[in-house]
Structure formats: C-alpha cells, structure tokens
Design a protein around this ligand. Structure first.
Ligand code: G3P
Length: 210
C-alpha cells in the first residue's frame, strides 16, 4: 500500500510537469493556454509556436509518462510481492491525472494524449503499434489530431483486451478496465473538440484556419 501510494504521488508530480506550458514559457515567455484551442498540449503548441517547440513538448510529455510507469514497475518489483502491472497502471492513471490537473500550473492542464502514449509504451511497447496505425489512418483521412486522438482512446481498451487475452494470456480484466478508464477520460477531455467536429469547425492541419 505504501509503495502504491508513493508511486501514485511520484507519477502525479511527474505528470504535472506540463511540457507545453514549460516549453512555451521558457522559450516565448507566453502561456500556451491563452492561445489557439487553449489546450496545454503538443497540438496547440504545434499550431501556435511551430515544430521545434512541439517536438520538445511531445518528447517531454511522452517521456514523463514512460518514466512514471517504469519507476512504478521497478518499485513494485523491488519492494513488494505484488505484480508490477498493478504499479504500472496506478502510475499510468496518476501521471494522466497530473497532466490534466497539474499541481504546478493551477490545475489547468491538457488532454493527456502524449502522456498516455508514454504510459502505454512503458506498460507494453507493442500496444502502441496498432494505436499508431489508428492514429495515422484517421489523421490522414481527417487532418484532425483531435479526431485521431479520440479514435485511439476508444481503441485503447479493445487493443489492451486483445493483447492481454490472446497474446499475454493474463490480467485481462484489470488491464482492460484501466485502459477503459484512461481512454474514457481522454475522450471526455475532448468534449469541446467533439462539439467542434460535429459543427464542422474543428481545426484541420494543412487547411485554412477557421
Ligand atoms: O492532444 C490534444 C489533441 O487531441 C487536440 O488538441 O489543441 O486541438 O484541442 P487541440
């Protein structure tokens, strides 16, 4: 329990390091949350400040997700008799929470796509491959990062179920439920995007700004 709480706290504090805010404050002395969609995320940094700042943001946000989960896996392995997969999902959820409600930035963070990606890579790298395929197919067809992210979030529990049921042969219920909670949260965080997609006003890359 102590180890789980420590991993949760560490993951939350790591997740709270919102790199879109850090990078744009350091490089441009501006808060990304006052630009574009208002979201503290890589997509908004890309459309507002360009590729360099977006690259730093995505590396940082994916990196903190990876680090939070690897730390928890290691701690569970070293200090408990419990399966490290428990630690991995506790950390994944808390890192996502930290990104969405960052303690250092007034609890106003992003939509958790990059950080969740990092946690997935650290839980089982192979899970990211079908999700990347979904992302790129939807993005290439729609030019909307938000729609591609929503589809990935919806596919995440299904991909997790298929992997743990047919390949790993273990922990199907735990892993699928955790993936569903994280995926559901990411979709809920995109509710303003969903409204814009319905209205036909969502931002599309490579097209004229609305
Ligand atoms: O990473 C968030 C993305 O899916 C949507 O971002 O800025 O278009 O709301 P944004």
């Amino acid at each position: 329990v102590l180890c789980g709480a420590a991993c949760a706290a560490a993951a939350y504090l790591l997740g709270s390091l919102s790199f879109s805010i850090i990078v744009t404050r350091l490089l441009y002395h501006k808060d990304i949350r006052t630009f574009g969609s208002g979201n503290a995320g890589m997509t908004n940094v890309l459309r507002t400040f360009g590729k360099g700042a977006a690259a730093l943001t995505i590396v940082g946000d994916i990196g903190k997700g990876i680090l939070a989960v690897l730390l928890a896996k290691w701690a569970f392995g070293a200090f408990t008799a419990a399966d490290p997969i428990y630690g991995a999902y506790i950390a994944a959820f808390c890192a996502v929470l930290g990104h969405v409600y960052p303690v250092y930035f007034g609890f106003k963070g992003g939509k958790a796509v990059s950080v969740a990606t990092g946690t997935i890579i650290a839980i089982k790298p192979v899970l990211i491959l079908p999700l990347l395929a979904v992302f790129f197919i939807v993005f290439l067809c729609s030019k909307m990062v938000s729609l591609a992210s929503i589809c990935c979030a919806a596919a995440y529990p299904a991909v997790t179920f298929l992997y743990f049921h047919f390949v790993a042969g273990r922990d199907v219920v735990l892993t699928t439920c955790c993936a569903a909670v994280i995926g559901g949260l990411v979709i809920w965080l995109h509710r303003s995007n969903i409204q814009r997609i319905k209205n036909g006003t969502e931002y599309k890359f490579g097209r004229k700004k609305k």
